[in-house]
Design a protein around this ligand. Sequence first.
Ligand code: AMP
Ligand code: ZN
Length: 459
Amino acid sequence: MTIYLHDTRQGRKIAFVPMKDDEVTMYLCGPTVYNYAHIGNARPAVVFDLLARVLRRRYKLTFARNITDVDDKINAAAVQTGKPIGEITARFIEAYNEDMAALGVQPPDIEPRATRHIAQMIEMIRTLIDKGFAYEAEGHVLFDVERYADYGRLSKRNLREMIAGSRIEVAPYKRSSHDFVLWKPSTPELPGWESPWGVGRPGWHIECSAMAAAHLGDTIDIHGGGQDLVFPHHENELAQSRCAHDGADFARYWVHNGFLSMDHEKMSKSLGNVVLVRELLESVPGEVIRLALLGAHYRQPLDWSEETMDSARRMLDRLYGAVRGIEVGAAARAAAKPPDALVEALEDDLNTPKAMKEFFALARALNKATDAAERAALAAQMYACGDLMGFLQTDPENWFAGEGSGDLSVDEINAMLARRTAARETRDYAAADAIRDELAAAGIGIEDGPDGTTWRRLE
Ligand code: AMP
Ligand code: ZN
C-alpha cells in the first residue's frame, strides 16, 4: 500500500513519494505563544501528530514544529500585562507542551524557536536582496512579489487580480500592495536585533522559511498547517524560500487541516469564542478531546459541541470496556500489529472515521470471543491500534474509575462487588440483586462477563 495525501497545491489526493527512499522531513507551523491554546489550535497539533505516527511506521521521520516567539501579538500581550516578553513566551511554551502532551501529542523531533534563528533569517533576507527579490525601504525589507512569477499558485490566486482588487492600504515604502515584510524596524521598547537594515525584527513568514531550511534543508517533503495559513503565510514562505534557494521547490506536499468552529463560527482568539484545551482537561480526559478532534476527517470542518465530546467519551468507553480485565503484557502489546484495514485507512489521507470503524470491528470481535487465548490476542491487537492512534494509554480500571465523581470510592465499589459475588456463589440472589440496586442508585453500572464482573460510573 502506498501512502496517499491530499496536496493543496495540486488540489487532489496523490501518492506520497518522499525525496529519499526511507527518510521523510515534515514541518508544521506551530503556535504563537502569547496565550493558552484553544481546541482549534490543538487540531493541527493532533492531526500532524497522527500523520507523524503513521509515517514513522515506514520511514525515518524528522518532524519539526516551530514556536513563534517573536510577533506583534506577543508584544501587545507584553504591553497589556506589563510583563517582559521572555516571561510571557516561556510560560505559554510550557503550557502548550503540557496541553498537547495531555492530548497524546508526542513531542516533535525538533522544536525550533524563532528568536534562536535570527541570524539565519537575516542571512536569508540578505540573499533575497542580493538576488533582486527583495528591497529595502525606510528600515523595512520587503519581498517584491512582482519578481516571482508563480506567486499565487499554491493558494490559487492571481496576483494581477489581487492587486487590482486590493483594499490593503499601500504603505508609501511598498512598490506593490502585496509586497510583504521580511524585516521591520523596532523601537527601543520592542524586541529588536542588529541587522544590516538597522535594529529590527523579522516578519512572520521569513521565520518559518529560515527555520525549515536550517533544520530540514532547502526542500522538505511535507509542510503542514491549518487551512487559514495557505494564504498569505504559506504562499509567502514558498515564494521567499524558492527565490532564496535558486528555484528549488520548498515543500513537495502541502497538507492543511480544516477549521474548527463553534456554533458554525470559526473559533479564534480574535473572535473570543474560544474553548481552551486547559479548561476542558479539567473535566474531560485528554483522549476524549483527541478522539473528538480525530473523529471527523482532518480536511472537513469540525463544529465543536458537548455532543462531539459525549460521543467521543462513549466510543472510548466501548474500547476500554472491551479490553478491560484482560491481562496484556508489555511484550505482547509491542509485538501485536494493528489490522491491515486500519493502517490502510490511515495511510489513505488519514481517513480516521474509517480507521475508527475498524477499531470498533476489533472491539466487537473481542466482545464476542470466548476463548481466553483468542481474547488476549485480540486485546493485544486493540492496544496496538491504540498505540498507533494515541488511545488506550490508560489502564482500563483507572479509565472507568476516573469517570465522573460518584460518592463511592473504588475500594468501596470493589468491596461491594466482592460481597455480591459471594452472595451469588451461595445462590443468595436476593442479596446479590440488592447490592446491584444499591450500586445503581449510586450511579454505578455493572456487567457480568466471561472474565468476571466489571463496573463503570454512569452518566
Ligand atoms: P496560531 O497560534 O494562531 O498561530 O495558530 C496555530 C495553528 O492553529 C495554525 O496552524 C492555525 O492554522 C491553527 N488554527 C487556529 N485556529 C484554528 C481553528 N479554529 N481550527 C483549526 N485550526 C486552527
Ligand atoms: Zn509557518
